[in-house]
Structures are given as C-alpha cells and as structure tokens.
Design a protein around this ligand. Structure first.
Ligand SMILES: [Fe+2]
Ligand SMILES: [Fe+2]
Length: 270
C-alpha cells in the first residue's frame, strides 16, 4: 500500500491529522545514512593545538560533549519506540516509525564518532532522570509535550552551537543533519499535540502543566550539570548557562501557550 492511498483513505473524518501526515512524508524524504558523513575525509572532532597535555584535555572535553549527545539519542530511541507503541492514532504511528529510525541512526552515528574520538566519558544523571519521568508520564499528551514540543526544540540550538565550534569536522556535519531531523521531530510533535489537546479534558491539560512543574527543577540541574572533563570551563560558562536556561524555560512556556494551555500555574525555577 502506498502512502498516497493511506492518506486518501483516512482523509474522510481525519482531516485534523493532515499536518501529522505531511510531516511523515517530509521525514521520509529527509532520511540519510550514516555512511553519508565525511568519514576519513575530515577529522572526527576539532584537532587541538599546543602542548600534548592541552591537546589531551581538549580531546576529553569533546569526548564528553559527544557522550552527552549519545546518551540523549539513546534515550530518544527508547522514547520514540514507546510513542510508536502507545500512540492511539494510525497517522501518528506512521510518523513515529520514521522517528524510531531517525533516533537509531543518530545513535549509530554517535557510536561511530565516539569510537573514532577515543571512547565515551561520564553520563549526565539528570538526563537519565528526565527521560525516566517522560517515559513514566501518565498520558500521551504529557509525553509528546515533554519529548517533542520541549526537548527536541531546545536541542536544536545546542546542535547549532556545537557545529559552530567544530567547523570542518565529521561532528559539524552530523550536528547540521541533526538540526534538520530534530526540527522535523519538533514540528511533528506540535502537529500531533494540537490534535490531542483539541479533544483533551481540562483535567488532562492541568495534569500536563503539573507534570511540567515537577520536571522543571530536574531540568535546571541537567542544564547546569558539568562532567569533570568540562568542570574547569563550567565555572566560566555558568552565567551564560543560566542565561540560556532562562531563555529555554521561557520558550517552553511560549510553546505551551501556543498550544492553548493555561500556563498561569507554571513555576519557573529561575
Ligand atoms: Fe536524535
Ligand atoms: Fe529527535
């Protein structure tokens, strides 16, 4: 069965899902392969200058950056396959089948890049905790909101930042691809969440805001956490981190508002 047929057959009475199906088509067109990255043509990560100790420190710093992203994409595999399983709508299931493939491919790319860069570093315990809270959330509305509306929107600016700091490397190429992919994941989440919230009860919407309030303090700890490899630059970056954290939280509130949620109860922890 072609997708065209699926789309046509479901059109009657399913107009609300047109946006989700549109993103499904886009996701299939945008698919790439790990072998498309410039392996062997460009260095995996920026090559440091200066003394051997300084170069080793730089490499450890980059390995820790890669480790956080690998961790995030492994958790995204769990989350997207979970959404594929629990989403009640066939249009959403079609879309999530592409997201599972995307997150698996992202994980494969990080694993290969980390192997070339010298291995993994320390995991962020707060990121594990956040993912656990999202997986265990009560409703599909909460899960889609946390994962796709919030996290996958925020990660885009991180990828842009890493790409800017790693020009001419495989890492830059990967981050540019992930910027596009997570843009699609976020847009799909916005489209689906709009449909879900249209029919959601006031109680469901209130639970979503309550869950966000429980999540935010952990999110703050995650945003300000630094592994030991980046502890020395952590101090210098602390005020910039806090500034960025405030912007992220405000963006989350604006996204919730744009979906028609009542955000007057949201307690920003900064
Ligand atoms: Fe990803
Ligand atoms: Fe994603």
């Amino acid at each position: 069965m072609t997708t065209g047929q699926v789309t046509d057959e479901r059109a009657a009475g399913r107009e609300a899902y047109a946006g989700v199906l549109r993103i499904y088509e886009l996701a299939k067109r945008q698919e790439w392969q790990v072998r498309d990255l410039p392996w062997g043509e460009q260095p995996p990560i920026p090559e440091g200058r200066g003394s051997p100790e300084r170069q080793a420190r730089r490499r450890d710093m980059w390995r820790s950056v890669l480790t956080q992203q690998l961790q995030a994409d492994m958790l995204a595999c769990d989350m997207s396959s979970h959404l594929l399983n629990i989403a009640p709508d066939p249009e959403a299931k079609l879309y999530y089948s592409t997201m599972v493939q995307d997150e698996s491919r992202h994980t494969e790319a990080w694993l290969k890049l980390i192997a070339e860069a010298g291995g993994t570093g320390e995991r962020d315990p707060y990121l594990d905790e956040l993912a656990h809270m999202t997986l265990e959330a009560d409703t599909v509305e909460e899960k889609v909101f946390q994962m796709q509306v919030f996290y996958e929107r925020l990660i885009i600016s991180r990828f842009r930042m890493i790409a800017r700091a790693s020009r001419g490397t495989v890492l830059e190429d990967l981050c540019n691809r992930l910027t596009v992919d997570d843009g699609i994941h976020h847009r799909a989440g916005m489209e689906y969440e709009k449909v879900l919230l249209q029919d959601a009860s006031k109680k469901t919407k209130q639970k979503l805001v309550d869950a966000a309030n429980r999540l935010l303090p952990i999110f703050v700890q995650h945003a300000l956490w630094r592994p030991k490899e980046r502890a020395m630059i952590g101090g210098a970056m602390r005020s910039r981190d806090q500034e960025r954290l405030r912007e992220d939280l405000e963006l989350g509130v604006r996204l919730a508002e744009s979906l028609g949620l009542d955000v007057s109860d949201v307690q920003l922890p900064v």
